[in-house]
Design a protein around this ligand. Structure first.
Ligand code: FAD
Length: 556
């Protein structure tokens, strides 16, 4: 995948996608698979907006039983199955648990009814050929079993627990990148660090954007029959350039990462009312050897540019978490990483002190709504539903273009790396086959990360054994991945490599020697001098506002 701004400037595209978050990435892939000529620009790095901050759960919609919205649940169940089918290396079953209580709404009876309903509504969830993706029926377990699964949990307030299965994204940044790479495989032209700064507009017709290359400051035009605004929380900032405004505002959502609380099962616990916040279900999710805890919702009355995360806000969330499970006693020094981003709320709910999230993704037809042709906007609410929202946007796009194209293929087509029929068998074979110059742990990591493409990295490591070395043991990440990111995945900065191509920085700020090692590997490829390398390191550090550089915790 090569960045080529000349081609962006010189070709007229059917579709131009603005924004390389999960919605933009899948929209571009969908357009390319339908046979349209498509370009995508992202003003930062791919996935560097809200998408890199998700809790990595692909929801089957159990929580929406409360709303009684059965069609939404069915859609989420179908999407969960689709994700496991098209990206089998990156989406895996996740057992989830919630203690039952004496209260009627949280009782064993109420939750066993909910689990039964969930099983019925997801009756077709296991119609996949890969046995590793099977999601067993939900069940209620005893108080004794609960104390075995959750050591240190005070089981005396509970009467047992409800257990069900959802899915987890092994690495959401890589998943997003696989969609970008797949779009490129299907013919899309993509570039990161290119911002849409205005529209090419004559009267009520939009025919592309004016763009700015953040690397050089160069300004150029990209012509396109249709622009799809996938700018996420910045959707309205882009619409302003055409004097338009949507009905949506933003709220803030945040997760924290701490040392592992419980392994293997995601646990939903209800917080107490603290700091003026209502009780809410907080999920403690195992990820690598850490726990991600989320999600904290914060109302916000202003635009996305002005929010600054501060220690008070993080501490308030830790208070909420501690109220749900007091033995945790979490304080700021326990936080390894904070990830936060934006979620949409309806403008009329923006002043509500308790965030009322928009439940469903929206595709805005500006021709119909505002009389402006050549522009569609996409408002996404969940990673889980991004594929289906992208499909809706492209159905509308094809209709407006009046072109004859193939139907949507994204629910049927494996993403780059996704050509695996039986994940466990594939992994076993890889571990047997790969020479032990690459450790078993690194081989496993390569298969989970690159799927059916892992051999490319193995081959380059075998050609050049230096590449088989681990960057930061015991992390399994190899030098080959850093090289691959720069040469084949359009990584342009140290942060791109550390946060969104490899896992070097995914469980917290890497140690200074690791940052320096990565910078010195990348630097010569981009002719960075030592000052530039230091600036790149400083930028990475800024992305972890609550952590000092330190040697990695021994439990990694
Ligand atoms: C804390 C948190 C936890 C979450 N957990 C989950 C979860 O577990 N499961 C789930 O399903 N969902 C979850 N979500 C929701 C999910 O992450 C989001 O719905 C999704 O990532 C939004 O994707 P997007 O593409 O719409 O936006 P973004 O990822 O923000 O992408 C928009 C992109 O557009 C770019 N852009 C903006 N303006 C321009 C411009 N003018 N030119 C070029 N590019 C531009 C931005 O830089 C950005 O990268 C969570 C969200 C948060 C914040």
């Amino acid at each position: 995948m090569k960045r080529n701004l000349e081609r962006l400037a010189n070709q007229k595209f059917d579709v131009l996608v603005v924004g390389g978050g999960i919605h933009g990435a899948i929209t571009a892939w969908d357009a390319a698979l339908r046979g349209l000529s498509v370009a995508l620009i992202e003003r930062g790095d791919f996935g560097s907006g809200t998408s890199q901050n998700s809790l990595k759960i692909i929801h089957g919609g159990l929580r929406y039983l409360q709303d009684g919205n059965l069609s939404r649940i069915r859609m989420m169940v179908r999407e969960r199955t689709t994700w496991m089918k098209i990206a089998p290396h990156l989406i895996h079953p996740l057992p989830c648990l919630m203690p039952t209580t004496q209260k009627i709404s949280g009782s064993r009876l109420a939750l066993s009814v909910a689990l039964k309903a969930n099983d019925i509504l997801s009756f077709d969830r296991n119609r996949l050929d890969d046995p590793q993706k099977d999601l067993p029926d939900g069940m209620i377990v005893s108080q004794q079993e609960l104390s075995r699964i959750l050591p240190n949990y005070d089981v005396w307030n509970s009467t047992g627990a409800a257990v069900w299965y959802d899915a987890q994204i092994y690495n959401s940044e890589r998943l997003l990148l696989e969609f970008i790479l797949s779009a490129v495989d299907a013919g899309a032209e993509v570039a990161n660090y290119v911002e849409a700064i205005g529209f090419l507009q004559r009267d009520s017709r939009i025919s592309g954007v004016r763009a700015k290359d953040a690397q050089t400051g160069q300004i150029f035009d990209i012509q396109s029959k249709l622009v799809i605004n996938c700018a996420g929380a910045w959707m309205d900032c882009l619409l302003e350039k055409a004097a338009l405004r949507s009905e949506y505002a933003v709220s803030i959502a945040m997760n924290v990462m701490v040392s592992q609380v419980w392994s293997e099962v995601a646990v939903g616990l209800t917080s107490q009312p603290v700091n003026g916040k209502r009780p809410q279900v907080i999920f403690i999710v195992p990820w690598r050897n850490q726990s991600m805890i989320g999600t904290c919702h914060i109302p916000w009355q202003d635009g996305p540019h002005t929010f600054m995360l501060n220690q008070v806000t993080v501490q308030e969330f830790l208070d909420q978490i501690n109220s749900a499970h007091p033995p945790l006693k979490l304080s700021l020094k326990d936080v390894r990483h904070v990830t936060w981003g934006f979620l949409p709320v309806h403008r009329s709910d923006a002043n509500n002190p308790h965030v009322k999230l928009t439940r469903d993704g929206v595709v805005i037809d500006h021709q119909k709504r505002d009389g402006i042709s050549g522009l569609i906007s996409v408002l996404g609410v969940k990673y889980t539903t991004a594929r289906v929202v992208a499909e809706q946007a492209m159905d509308l796009a094809v209709n407006q273009l009046g072109m004859k194209t193939r139907k949507c293929q994204t629910h049927l087509t494996p993403v780059r790396g996704g050509k695996i029929e039986d994940f466990r068998a594939f992994l076993r074979k890889a571990i047997r086959k790969v020479p032990r110059v690459i450790s078993e742990r690194s081989t496993e990591h390569l298969v989970y990360t690159y799927g059916s493409e892992y051999q490319k990295l193995v081959e380059s490591a075998l050609r050049q054994p230096d590449l088989a070395r681990r960057i930061d043991p015991p992390l399994p990440v190899t030098v080959a991945e850093v090289e691959h990111a720069i040469h084949h995945e359009m990584a342009l900065t140290l942060a791109d490599v550390i946060r969104r191509r490899t896992e070097v920085g995914s469980t917290g700020l890497p140690s200074m020697p690791t940052l320096q090692k990565c910078a010195s590997l990348i630097g010569p490829q981009f002719q960075w001098n030592s000052d530039h390398q230091q600036q790149e390191i400083n930028r990475v550090i800024q992305g972890y506002p609550f952590q000092q550089t330190e040697t990695r915790a021994a439990n990694l």
